[in-house]
Design a protein around this ligand. Structure first.
Ligand code: MG
Length: 266
């Protein structure tokens, strides 16, 4: 059995690889933007780093790890960017589900929340900001990444109080994400999606990798029972246990993960 000499370091989680190697069937959940795919000013061009899809397919074929991708993006976009990869995909923060070989299933949004999102959409239309918005199954995102910093801050400061008011009366909530703000349902989040997938998987060690505020719910859900890894600087306030600096480091993690699943020893 060949030994892996240089495994990528998961910052602040020195026992990460020994825990992965000790698991009979690990579960690896991954966010998409900022985790598998570097950010791009044009969202439709935020592709995974070269080789990442092939790594995911190989890890999946090895049959040891249960893989899943959990994203805030609609699944229609995720499928365009990733291809119809044969692993479970969850989109729109847990409102859209797709298992390999099956069609997309959509969770129903309560009427009160759907009405609130409609009001939030009309509000940004009146402000002539509809071109910056993305309407999803259970949320509306205002994307400010393409704007200059001061312009982005001004627009977010204008919209956030209006959306916060709408959210409070329609059982929605608002949050910043890496590249804008979003008003979204309280019904589902990435933690719910992660734990549903994990509980169905038969896996024994849940691990989740993500880069954004919307991934913090998932990190909190894993406290004491799995490992959350935040992509970014170790100074970032987070509920995650460890850090990887960037998407390239995530690719290195997947490369080592495949070696382990292929029978190399830790
Ligand atoms: Mg992300």
């Amino acid at each position: 059995m060949r030994h892996i000499p240089d495994k990528p370091r998961v910052i602040e989680a020195p026992d990460f690889w020994s825990r992965v190697c000790g698991a009979a069937r690990p579960f690896l959940g991954l966010d998409y933007d900022g985790t598998l795919a570097p950010f791009h000013l044009e969202r439709t061009r935020a592709l995974p780093l070269p080789g990442v899809v092939e790594l995911l397919e190989s890890i999946n074929r090895s049959g040891k790890t249960f893989l899943a991708i959990i994203s805030g993006r609609p699944l229609s976009e995720l499928l365009c960017l990733l291809g119809d990869i044969p692993i479970p995909l969850v989109g729109s923060h847990g409102f859209e589900w797709k298992y390999p070989g099956s069609r997309i299933e959509v969770v129903n949004l309560p009427r009160e929340q759907a009405d609130g999102l409609a009001v939030a959409g009309r509000t940004v239309e009146k402000l002539d900001l509809a071109h910056l918005t993305e309407v999803k199954t259970a949320s509306i995102a205002l994307h400010t990444r393409p704007l200059r910093t001061n312009q982005a801050e001004r627009i977010e400061a204008l919209v956030l109080p209006l959306w916060t008011d709408i959210a409070s009366s329609h059982n929605l909530h608002c949050r910043h994400f890496n590249g804008g703000i979003e008003i979204l349902s309280r019904e589902c989040n990435k933690a719910d999606a992660l734990m549903t997938l994990f509980n169905r998987s038969g896996a024994d060690l849940p691990i989740y990798v993500g880069d954004d505020a919307t991934d913090e719910d998932a990190f909190r859900a894993l406290a004491g029972r799995g490992i959350g890894i935040r992509v970014g600087l170790p100074e970032t306030p987070t509920a995650a246990e460890g850090f990887l600096p960037d998407c390239r480091a995530v690719k290195e993690l997947l490369t080592t993960w495949l070696l382990i699943d292929s029978g190399h020893s830790c």
